[in-house]
Design a protein around this ligand. Structure first.
Ligand code: ASP
Length: 362
C-alpha cells in the first residue's frame, strides 16, 4: 500500500545549488549559468498558492561560488559534493541538490555510492527550463524535491534519489533518456520509489529500507573516506563498442598508464566481436591491474557473459560483469573504487557486490 505523508519535519531542508538550466539566464550566446539563486527561488516560491507554500519546509540555500552547466561536472565535483553533504545530513531534515540535467544521473549515482545511507534524504533535482521561464518545470520539481526531502522520520528515505516530473527515482538506477521532454529521466531496471499527487508518496517498502551490502563489503566501505584519493585526471574511461572497432583503437585507450579502469558498453546481453586481438588487449589491461567492467548498450536488461562464445572470452580475460547497472552507476562505482586504497582482488570483489541497490532486483 502506498503511504501518504502530509507532514514535514521541523528541521530545515538544505538546498545545495550547483547550477544547471534551472538557474540559468539568457546571455549573448544562449542560456548560461547564473547566480542569486536563493533570492530568485524565494520570489518564485512566493507565487505558489498559499496552501502549497504552507506545506513546504523551511529552507536554507548554499550556492556554489561558480554555478556550472553540468556538462562540465567531473568526478572531483562528485567527491566534493559528497564531502559537503556528509556532515550536514544530521543538521537538516534532508538535502536537495540542484543540478543541471545533462549529467544529473551521473552525480546522483556517484552520491548514492559514496554516501550509502547518508542519514537523511538526499534528493537531486533540476529542470528542463529556467526557473523564471514561462511554463517552466523548475518550480514543480523543486517543490516535489523539497517535500520528499522534508518527510519526517521514521518513514523517510535514507538514500539518494532523483525527483523529476512527479516521480522519485532511485539515485543509482536512473538515466536521462530524453533531451527535451519534461520527464527526461527514467530508471529502466527498477520502478519509481515514489510519486507526487498533491504531496509526496513513497511507493515501495524498499524506498525506506535502504539496501545493505554484505558484511565484508560493508566493512570495506565503512573505511572510506579516509585515504580517499581525488579522481580527476582521466583515470576512468568509458568505451561504447561500435561495429568495426579495431584492437589498436581499444589499446589506445587502455594501454595509457594514466588509465586505471574502464567501463565497456557491450552489445546486447554482453557480446563483443569475435576478434582475438580485442580480447588480448583486454587481457593485458587486466593483467596490469586495471579494473575493466562491462554493462550493456541496451537500456533494459543485463549482461550475462556466458550467453555467447565471444562474450565468454571476456569473462576469461577478467572483464567483470556489471549486471543491469546503468552506465552512470557502473562508471561512478569504478571511480569510487579507484579512489579507494584497495588491492586489485578486493576492488574486483567490491565491484561485483551491490552496495545500494545499483543492480539486481529491487
Ligand atoms: N546543459 C544543462 C546542464 O546540464 C541542461 C539542464 O540543466 O537541463 O546544466
Amino acid at each position: 500500500m502506498p503511504t501518504r505523508f502530509p507532514q514535514h519535519s521541523d528541521k530545515t531542508v538544505l538546498i545545495l545549488y550547483t547550477g544547471g538550466t534551472i538557474g540559468m539566464r539568457e546571455g549573448p550566446h544562449g542560456l548560461a549559468p547564473a547566480g542569486d539563486f536563493a533570492a530568485r527561488l524565494d520570489r518564485m516560491l512566493a507565487t505558489l498558492p498559499a496552501e502549497r507554500r504552507r506545506a513546504l519546509p523551511d529552507i536554507e540555500v548554499i550556492s556554489y561560488a561558480t554555478p556550472v552547466d553540468s556538462s562540465s561536472v567531473t568526478p572531483l565535483d562528485w567527491q566534493t559534493l559528497a564531502d559537503d553533504i556528509r556532515p550536514r545530513c544530521a543538521r537538516h531534515a534532508g538535502i536537495v541538490v540542484v543540478h543541471g540535467t545533462d549529467t544529473l544521473s551521473w552525480t546522483s549515482a556517484s552520491l548514492s555510492l559514496q554516501l550509502r545511507r547518508p542519514g537523511c534524504p538526499v534528493i537531486v533535482t533540476g529542470a528542463m527550463a529556467p526557473l523564471e521561464a514561462p511554463n517552466s518545470d523548475a518550480l514543480e520539481n523543486l517543490e516535489g524535491a523539497l517535500r520528499f526531502a522534508a518527510l519526517p522520520p521514521p518513514v523517510r528515505l535514507d538514500d539518494v534519489a532523483i525527483y523529476f516530473a512527479g516521480r522519485l527515482l532511485r539515485g543509482s538506477r536512473a538515466t536521462k533518456w530524453h533531451a527535451s521532454a519534461a520527464d527526461a529521466f527514467t530508471s529502466p531496471g527498477t520502478p519509481p520509489l515514489g510519486d507526487y499527487h498533491d504531496g509526496p508518496r513513497l511507493l515501495a517498502e524498499s524506498a525506506v529500507a535502504a539496501h545493505e551490502p554484505d558484511a565484508t563489503t560493508r566493512a570495506l566501505l565503512d573505511r572510506t573516506p579516509t585515504n580517499y584519493r581525488r579522481i580527476n585526471q582521466g583515470e576512468i574511461v568509458r568505451i561504447v563498442l561500435w561495429p568495426g572497432m579495431a584492437a589498436w583503437q581499444l589499446s589506445a585507450w587502455l594501454e595509457d598508464s594514466r588509465v586505471e579502469g574502464a567501463l565497456l558498453q557491450l552489445w546486447g546481453a554482453g557480446n563483443i566481436a569475435d576478434d582475438p586481438a580485442l580480447i588480448e588487449v583486454l587481457e593485458r589491461a587486466v593483467a596490469q591491474g586495471k579494473l575493466i567492467v562491462a554493462v550493456s548498450q541496451c537500456l533494459y536488461g543485463s549482461v550475462s557473459p556466458g550467453t555467447y562464445a565471444a562474450g565468454h572470452a571476456l569473462a576469461r580475460a577478467g572483464v567483470l560483469p556489471g549486471g543491469d547497472m546503468p552506465p552512470e552507476a557502473a562508471f561512478a562505482k569504478l571511480a569510487h573504487l579507484v579512489a579507494m586504497p584497495l588491492d586489485s582482488a578486493t576492488r574486483r570483489q567490491a565491484f561485483i557486490t551491490p552496495w545500494v541497490g545499483e543492480s539486481g532486483a529491487d
